[in-house]
Write a protein that binds this ligand. Structure first.
Ligand SMILES: Cc1cc2nc3c(=O)[nH]c(=O)nc-3n(C[C@H](O)[C@H](O)[C@H](O)COP(=O)(O)OP(=O)(O)OC[C@H]3O[C@@H](n4cnc5c(N)ncnc54)[C@H](O)[C@@H]3O)c2cc1C
Length: 540
């Protein structure tokens, strides 16, 4: 059933608060803000939901006003930055979008203490360009320099190729300012103490950041974060410089910076090497691309992509996918020592190191920008069909579980779906993977291409099989780093839902977790959830 338009009085109050042109319920404009299915809406019986109004607040105070008006009229509020995550769209009926693009400043670079203070829609690209001028660098999550740091620090997950040396956005998150639906402006960490600065996200007292975001982020369900501090890291080279036209800019080669591709013949040896490379703290950017993703990165048109597929250029070069590693040394000696150690480990584990410079100027340009600015992963995601997905389990896991438990599941599903032509062929092994903090833990996604205008039901079956196999093998699924059995996953949802109810008792935020809680509303205590923990047995 089509939803009712926003109440006239509510729209008038929003326009009075923000200015007429910054709050609109124009049907054409609303459609622009519902460019895809937000996933959760389907649980409420509506496949594709549009918001009832869109607002453009320009300050913390204006954000507060929008939330209060939403609360007064029983509307839902959904903050969004650059909308790379589907949960930034309306998930239920009666949603007012807070498009925060007018709050886009890099507020402060604290060179001495190595952190920045950011508005919600300061992109990681902008942040990186500015901090590099000061001898600092920052993590750019795998969504690329076009996405923002604040949402991935406070509300989503934030991993990428530079997680190896510069951690994940959520772990780099320092002080936070947040507006609640109760009308409070809340500070987490040091900014709560006047004049203390934004150098710390905790205290005094226990850390509230886990509560603020949960394991994979609260996905816009707790309130609106209006400012955050983010940790930066040392950068010993000059700022990155490039000229020319996209997609393959001409890059100025940096003095103490090298990039390599590395391949191993099988999962066993790849896993052994990853443990050793991580432990030796050798690489700055470290992530894996399958041959299909390489083609998607390197082709500029679909025709070119098809030619690459026919010639099997990258399948012959990297049949089992390749890791891309960058090393940024503080001096030539450090660079050389790290490179030599890397080469030694790779040789010892039966792999091959390829100098990116040997793969031609276009590969060199693309990999330079990928390792420094996370530029090309998302291009791969949308070439050539315009849409993509990932097969489960996906997950955050140990190197062994990713490569030896997840991968066989992913490969089996892909082989079946290629056979029925439910998905486009892009290689059985098209696994993207990154590692965290020179440790044994990382993230993987087995990406596939599909045309959403012609979805075939088998594609969904692949997703379901992956989830079930993940649960059966106790492997975390989706972006979740949590142990997976039915009970623990439901316990998590329940607790996060409870936290959201404490922070937003009126239920004004358009929360994905809140939506799940509504579905589970009869399950009032954890004992009842535990009864549901029989899911793994059902799978068997
Ligand atoms: C092709 C592709 C590749 C991706 N790769 C990665 C990857 O490698 N690693 C990774 O971590 N993520 C990845 N993502 C997921 C996601 O895009 C990123 O996490 C990204 O950083 C989100 O930033 P954004 O600025 O687009 O936020 P949005 O998508 O606008 O928002 C993300 C979520 O945060 C909420 N939110 C936004 N701003 C606020 C605020 N101020 N207060 C409260 N809630 C807020 C939104 O409601 C939404 O639920 C990828 C996405 C795509 C499409």
């Amino acid at each position: 059933m089509p939803q009712k338009p926003i109440q006239k009085e509510a729209l008038k109050e929003l326009q009075d608060a923000l200015g007429e042109k910054n709050a609109s319920a124009d049907p054409g404009l609303i459609e622009v803000y519902s460019y895809m299915n937000s996933f959760m809406s389907a649980l409420f019986g509506v496949w594709w939901i549009s918001p009832v109004a869109v607002t453009l607040p320009s300050s913390t105070e204006e954000v507060g006003k929008v939330l209060q008006i939403c609360k007064k009229y029983g509307l839902k509020a959904k903050p969004q930055a650059t909308t790379w995550m589907f949960t930034s769209l309306a998930c239920t009926n009666d949603v007012v979008i807070l498009d925060l693009r007018r709050m886009n400043e890099l507020v402060e670079i604290n060179e001495k203490d190595g952190y920045v203070v950011l508005d919600p829609v300061c992109t990681s690209g902008v942040q990186q360009v500015e901090v590099m001028k000061k001898g600092l660098n920052c993590h750019v999550n795998g969504a690329g320099p076009n996405a923002c740091i604040l949402p991935s620090a406070t509300s989503v997950q934030g991993s990428g190729g530079t997680s190896q040396s510069m951690s994940n956005s959520e772990r780099n998150c320092l002080g936070v300012e947040m507006v609640t639906t109760e009308g409070d402006i809340v500070y987490f960490g040091s900014p709560g103490t006047p004049n203390a600065g934004w150098f710390c996200g905790d205290g005094p007292g226990p850390s509230l950041r886990g509560m603020m975001r949960g394991a994979i982020g609260n996905l816009g369900g707790n309130g609106v974060f209006t400012r955050c501090g983010a940790k930066c890291y040392p950068w010993y080279n000059p700022p990155m410089d490039c000229h020319g036209k996209p997609p393959f800019f001409e890059v100025t080669t940096l003095p103490n910076f090298e990039i390599r591709n590395i391949i191993w013949p099988d999962w066993e040896r790849e896993a052994d090497a990853l443990y050793r490379i991580s432990e030796a703290e050798l690489t700055d950017y470290f992530a894996r691309l399958g041959p299909g993703a390489y083609e998607e990165v390197m082709s500029t048109t679909n025709e070119e992509y098809m030619c690459m597929q026919d010639s099997e250029l990258y399948y012959n070069t990297f049949p089992k996918g390749a890791w891309t590693a960058s090393i940024a040394g503080s001096c030539p000696e450090e660079l050389e020592a790290r490179l030599k150690t890397l080469e030694h480990i790779v040789e010892d584990t039966g792999g091959i190191v390829i100098d990116i410079a040997d793969l031609g100027t276009e590969v060199h340009s693309a990999m330079y920008q990928t390792t420094l600015r996370g530029c090309y992963i998302f291009k791969a995601a949308f070439m050539p069909t315009g849409s993509w997905g990932c097969f489960t389990p996906m997950s955050y896991e140990t190197i062994d579980n990713i490569l030896k438990v997840n991968q066989p599941v992913n490969e089996d599903i892909k082989k079946r779906l290629f056979a029925t032509e439910a998905i486009e062929f892009n290689g059985v092994d098209n696994t993207y993977m990154s590692l965290d903090e020179h440790g044994h833990f990382g993230h993987c996604e087995s990406a596939f291409q599909l045309d959403f205008w012609e979805p075939k039901e088998e594609c969904l079956s692949g997703f379901v099989i992956g989830v079930m196999e993940g649960v059966k093998n106790r492997i975390p699924i989706l972006y979740s780093p949590m142990p997976t059995n039915g009970r623990e996953l439901l316990d998590y949802t329940k607790y996060i839902g409870k936290v959201q109810m404490l922070i937003d008792p009126s239920g004004t935020m358009d929360s994905m977790m809140g939506s799940l809680m509504t579905i589970m509303k009869d399950l009032d205590d954890i004992d009842e959830l535990q009864a549901l923990g029989e899911i793994p047995q059902l799978v068997r």
